[in-house]
Design a protein around this ligand. Sequence first.
Ligand SMILES: *Cc1c(COP(=O)(O)O)cnc(C)c1O
Length: 481
Amino acid sequence: MKIPEHGLAADTLLDQLNALRARDLPWREGRVFGYTFDGGREVEALAKRAFTDYLSENALDPTVFPSLLQLENDIVGMAVAHLHGGAQAVGNFTSGGTESILLAVKAARDWAREHRPAAKRPTMLLPVTAHAAFHKAAQYLDVAIRPIPVGRNSFRVDVAALRAAIDDQCILMVGSAPSYAHGVIDPIEDMAALAREHGLWLHVDGCIGGFLLPYFERLGAAVPRFDFRVAGVSSISMDLHKYAYCPKGASVVLYRDSELRKYQLFACAAWTGYSMVNTTVQSTKSGGPMAAAWAVLRHLGETGYLELARRVKHTTEALVAGIRAIPELQLLAPPDMSLLAFNSNQIDIFLLADLMRDRGWYVQPQLGYQDYPANIHLSIDPGNYGLEAPFLADLRAAVAEARAVPRNDAGARIAAAFAGLDPAAVDERTLNGMLAMAGIQGRGLPGRMAEINALLNALPAELRARLLKLYVNALFVPTPA
Ligand SMILES: *Cc1c(COP(=O)(O)O)cnc(C)c1O
């Protein structure tokens, strides 16, 4: 595409933008279990107004836009109170969970340079269930990862294994409240005791659960302590663009005190331009997400959030019961919140995901890793409320349909054919060869995913990552002029 010689009319362009969305998932109908968190049309309308009102204000410089400093401090104030931070707790507004996590890992690394100088190879103790964003942080920040197993049935971090893995290179441990994949909360109190004993930084990833769990607790759920009430918790990430129903680009990273947050900040006066000081990764930063988050938090209020949480809890319980009643399916762990994962040893779970898509539902396939099985993940949100019965009816029908299809072993065959391949040596030709063997034609976005998922599932994780990079490298190509 080229920039048009003469600009097009606003209406034409807005129509075109709208038309492009026809291929996207119709998330407003509540048939999507992931990616979107629907607080309702009224919340959406308010968020859009507040967002566009502040779209052009720039949070780069709080002395020029003091309104944004105020909004950020207000939001962090609400977040800190929500998670029982003391009077010393501080934090910042970020663009999302990944940025919050990057910043927390960076703060922990720079803190360790001062406080744990023996750690020449700074290492993070990371449960295998921790979000991939920590691997991203490790890669970006050159922090090593020591993976920690989780219980085979609980999917919570194995505290004995965690203890055994600690040495003088460790700087940081991570717990999830809850984990994304299986929706269970790590034993944060036990982890915090270990962190204190060994002088380690403990980050709690409350990206998906930090905001919702306090409401689940009020609704009677048994929620183990995970927040700043637990001595030893150094920092917490909590997304607002998930269960706080704020538009995307909204998260907070919180610290027990400003001594710890200091290590997050960036300042530079060693260039010819204006002296730069940034709290976050972004420098120029739209006020839109902040203004929208500020408005949504204050519009819904405690009663609004509690009602939405009630719906989420109701739907989760109904789906758990419905899935338990399908003999072919096994719930991997009882969910602590509103995220669940199930698998099957009788039918092809990846085929099941496609068959649900045929019926107009989006469910998320997750690949197996080490001995942890492949599964289908559901993130339940208020948009799904009321659709429990039709969803379960379609799930039963899709399971019956999948039963009739012979198990596809193409993935395992291809994986065997390419076994022992050095991931670094894999190139586009290897990728094309694999795809051809799997019967996958052409490029661009795939329609059916079962074959691709089966193939990836049969390969070691490093090879998967390599293939995915090659695939995406070919996907993001400029539209021809
Ligand atoms: C969503 C999520 C993240 C990453 O957040 P993004 O907003 O997608 O960058 C991290 N941890 C958990 C548990 C999450 O659910």
